[in-house]
Design a protein around this ligand. Structure first.
Ligand code: DX5
Ligand code: ZN
Length: 221
């Protein structure tokens, strides 16, 4: 039986009360904490770096899932690993040699993830697929929390699930962007098993814990 994981995105949290936000996620039943790193170059916005991950590591027991939306990720992978990231995911669009970046992440002791923008064909990750521990499919154009889910990315999850099955890979298949109670089941049906959610958790009308519980309930049904 597949175990489905919920990975709330910490960039939608209140940074002034980050320890409380982490405690809320952990007691509500979140599985991973997704950490969106943006550099103002690969994507327009700037969020956080290894220093913040180090602080998170001190207060979080859950695995930290770092999503590097940055140019030249190979320069920063050792710093994120040292800061306490458990998995590190890099963009195909940011890596000239994706398999070697995947190998670098593994050599730093982290699970290695690869991801691709909605406009990038799945063939862009083919060479790295046999090595990857995690594949992340972006269901919005990366850059901001709170965007609308792009239904055309459902087909990509299906395609990548088929490729992983053909390789007999045990890699996780994660989806990120616009995931909420309506869109999560669509991605679950085509083979995703890790679900990132920013606004659906933190902007839930009844609060973050209700957001986690609502999405977790969909994962166990
Ligand atoms: C998008 C980020 C996502 C995003 C998720 O650039 O990678 O992780 O913050 O937020 P929602 O769930 O609000 O789309
Ligand atoms: Zn993300």
């Amino acid at each position: 039986m597949t175990d489905y994981l919920l990975a709330p995105s910490i960039i939608a949290a209140d940074f002034a009360h980050i320890a409380d936000e982490v405690a809320m996620l952990e007691s509500a039943g979140a599985d991973w904490i997704h950490v969106d790193v943006m550099d103002g170059h690969f994507v327009p916005d700037i969020t956080i770096g290894p220093l913040f991950v180090k602080s998170l590591r001190k207060v979080a027991k859950l695995p930290l899932d770092a999503h590097l939306m940055i140019s030249e990720p190979q320069k920063y992978i050792p710093a994120f690993a040292a800061a306490g990231a458990d998995s590190i995911t890099v963009h195909a669009e940011a890596c000239a040699d994706l398999p070697s970046v995947v190998a670098q992440i593994k050599s730093c002791g982290c699970l290695a993830g690869v991801t691709l923008n909605p406009a990038t064909p799945t063939s862009a990750i083919d060479a790295a697929l046999p090595l990857a521990d995690l594949v992340l499919v972006m269901s919005v154009v990366p850059g901001f929390s709170g965007q609308k889910f792009m239904p055309e990315t459902i087909r990509k999850v299906e395609e990548i699930r088929a490729k992983l099955n053909a390789l007999r890979s045990k890699a996780r298949l994660e989806v990120d962007g616009g995931i909420n109670a309506e869109t999560l089941p669509l991605m679950k049906n085509v083979g995703a098993d890790v679900f990132v959610a920013g606004s659906a958790v933190f902007a839930h009308p009844q609060g973050g814990a209700a957001g986690v519980k609502t999405l977790k309930a969909l994962l166990s049904s």
